[in-house]
Design a protein around this ligand. Structure first.
Ligand SMILES: [Zn+2]
Length: 333
């Protein structure tokens, strides 16, 4: 190596060294800047807004109250799993799906009526159980509820009736089609049920029994008017006494569904898809079909317990099955 060559190499290394020093200095300045930004940044809150949605139906004030969500691997608990996975992939939706748990308060001006009660403590602290916080956020107290109407007895609909064995709605009478307590509170049907259903019977007892003991349960038989403008429409199958509630004021109508649609993405287009919680699957399909045809033909508003919060919309018959048309958001009072 000549002297000249050595000098050139030394210069080259020195040049690279300067460059590295400049890059490092810039990087350090950048990190300091980011650090300063982080120190002054607002903390992320990470809680959802209170889950209630208000609307007027004629003279009746309707408040949809969220009980939260139940994330479900729906392809493992519903029929036609391949069809369900295809539909969700086509919709760019991932599994598990967060199924909403919606309940509905109706203030008629004379009575405060709650349709369904969410899951209470039955799904643990990370799923469901938000109803009472949202009821209070919406301006009501549990003791103001005069009547609870159950679409059916199932953890996510009747589970919120009692917490720790105590009635949550201390001044309420509880209405449910007699076929449900006759099934879910019966020792005979419990002993005849398969092992994987036993827990559902225990949950029914822990949440409904306190109202039976206090003589607050009011079983009804089929289709009847319970309060002015509120009548029951039977939809048996999902459970033996599964019921929907038609609310009507000044010619405006809202039909409240319980376990009619669990997965809107798939069951509107294919109402023959069932869920493993259906007690009688064929009857559940027949009831769902009848409700969808009626909702399309008559055009009334529908509120769905498991349709994404607030679960309000219209049903329209489509080339393949039905479509769900979400009610546009409104802040009119
Ligand atoms: Zn159900």
């Amino acid at each position: 190596m000549t002297m000249q060559n050595q000098t050139r190499i030394t210069r080259k290394f020195a040049g690279t060294g300067v460059m590295i020093a400049v890059v490092l200095a810039t990087l350090t300045a950048f990190i300091v800047m980011i650090g300063a930004t982080t120190v002054n940044a607002a903390p992320q809150i990470k809680t959802q807004a209170p889950g209630f949605y208000r609307m007027m139906l004629g003279d009746y004030e309707i408040t949809v109250l969220s009980d939260g969500i139940a994330p479900r691997q729906v392809d493992q608990i519903m029929s036609k799993p391949r069809e369900i996975r295809e539909i969700l992939a086509h919709d760019h939706e991932a599994l598990p799906v967060d199924l909403s748990i919606n309940t509905f308060a109706i203030n008629t001006g004379a009575k405060l009526i709650l349709v369904d009660t969410g899951a209470g403590e039955l799904f643990g602290s990370h799923s469901g159980g938000r109803l009472i916080a949202n009821l209070r956020a919406a301006g009501y107290k549990p003791e103001q509820i005069d009547a609870v109407l159950l679409t059916h007895i199932h953890a996510d609909h009747s589970g919120g009736l009692s917490i720790g064995g105590q009635r949550v709605f201390t001044n309420a009478l509880v209405y449910v089609d007699k076929r449900d307590p006759n099934f879910w509170l019966s020792a005979a049907s419990e002993s005849a049920a398969p092992a994987n259903m036993k827990q559902m019977f225990q949950q029914s007892h822990s949440t409904v029994d306190p109202y039976v003991k206090a003589a607050k349960l009011r079983p009804f038989d089929g289709e009847t008017e319970l309060f002015p403008g509120i009548r029951t429409i039977s939809a048996y199958g999902h459970t033996p006494g599964h019921t929907t509630y038609m609310v009507e004021s000044k010619g405006q109508r809202l039909l409240l569904w319980g376990g009619t649609i669990h997965l809107a993405e798939a069951q509107f287009s294919d109402p023959t898809i069932t869920i493993e919680y259906d007690v009688e699957r064929d009857a559940a399909i027949t009831s769902r079909m009848k409700l969808l045809v009626d909702a399309d033909k008559k055009g009334y508003l529908v509120g769905g317990a498991h349709i994404s919060f607030p679960g309000l919309g219209h049903v329209r018959a489509d080339t393949k099955g039905f479509s769900w048309i979400t009610l546009p958001y409104s802040d009119k009072s």
